[in-house]
Write a protein that binds this ligand. Sequence first.
Ligand SMILES: Cc1ncc(COP(=O)(O)O)c(C=O)c1O
Length: 376
Amino acid sequence: MHAVTKPMPVPFLDLTTQYKELETEWLAAIRETGNRGSFVLGPHVQAFEKEFAEVVGVKHAIGVANGTDSLYLSLRALGIGPGDEVITTPFTFFASAETIDMVGATPVFADILPDSFCLDPASVRAKITARTKAILPVHIFGHPAEMGEIMEIARKHKLTVVEDCAQAFGATHNGKVVGAMGDAGSFSFYPTKVLGCYGDGGMITTNRDDLNEHIRRLRNHGASKPFIHVEIGMNSRLDEIQAALLRLKLKRIKADIAGRQQVAAEYTQRLAGSAVKTPSLPKNGTHAFNLYTVRIPKKRDAVRQALTDAQIGTSQCYPQGLHLQDVYKKLGYQPGSLPACEHASTETLSLPIYPGMPLGHIERVCEVLLTAVKGG
Ligand SMILES: Cc1ncc(COP(=O)(O)O)c(C=O)c1O
């Protein structure tokens, strides 16, 4: 008689276990907020902005509605608009480039480094023109971008820098936390992020007093005081119940990031010596491991299918460089324009990762992955 092996589904992400741990305290904060009757930009938001600025090591943190608005508002406040070019990476979530278009400027895509998947400073240098106004590096998957070199390029060419930190809360580079190095840092609190809420939210960090003042005005309809509007802004505000939750999560974030790094280390150890290329660690900093993205030369799609058949969740970040997407046909890039990005798109696969992921699940992912990689 054959032993019946039970399938072991492995979700890509489990948000409910952490919710259960926070439920009592968060529901108490929601009740307290309801009884106070202050729901938007109230005391929790103000306290969270202060606590967030302290953790990142910046003067100001401004809560907004989501990570897309935080990029858009940073670019707006920096005065970037029609006729300007902003250099960014094509290997990112669409919002990084979309917001450049939203302010009326043109995204210019530079290539990436094959190990970190972040912007290649040499490619950035080659893309600078008289119209370049800013660089928008993305700390992709939680790996910090080459901020030392990027800031040097920016200083030399008098460009501003907006760091897209949506996937990298807590990652560090040369002793600084991401979001503390550029003119502005942009964060998303989408539930899947390293510091995620249970809805939408975002934050902008800056050391510049002028940007702080301008962004606070822009997020609230360009109002300098109640009902007095000095420019066209928008409604992009963080609400109290998300800020209350984020304050609770911020208290435990160090342990959460350490938990992600622990899962990453377990994977890397088990996959060593195989054809799977595990994520590189930053030379002068730390990785926040929002995503654990491996490269699987030649067989990525077959391996992904084997994982799906075994009920293991994966994600393909990113299947197509933004420069080749239909929406950016107008910019004239061709296949082969940005080879490192295009090569990465054919090989990358993101595996399940979250703090507290059971060891048995990590082992199961590696078992199926290694068998599929070895198979025909
Ligand atoms: C790199 C990057 N930038 C920006 C965003 C946009 O953030 P949000 O979904 O909060 O608008 C995301 C979200 O997925 C992201 O991954």
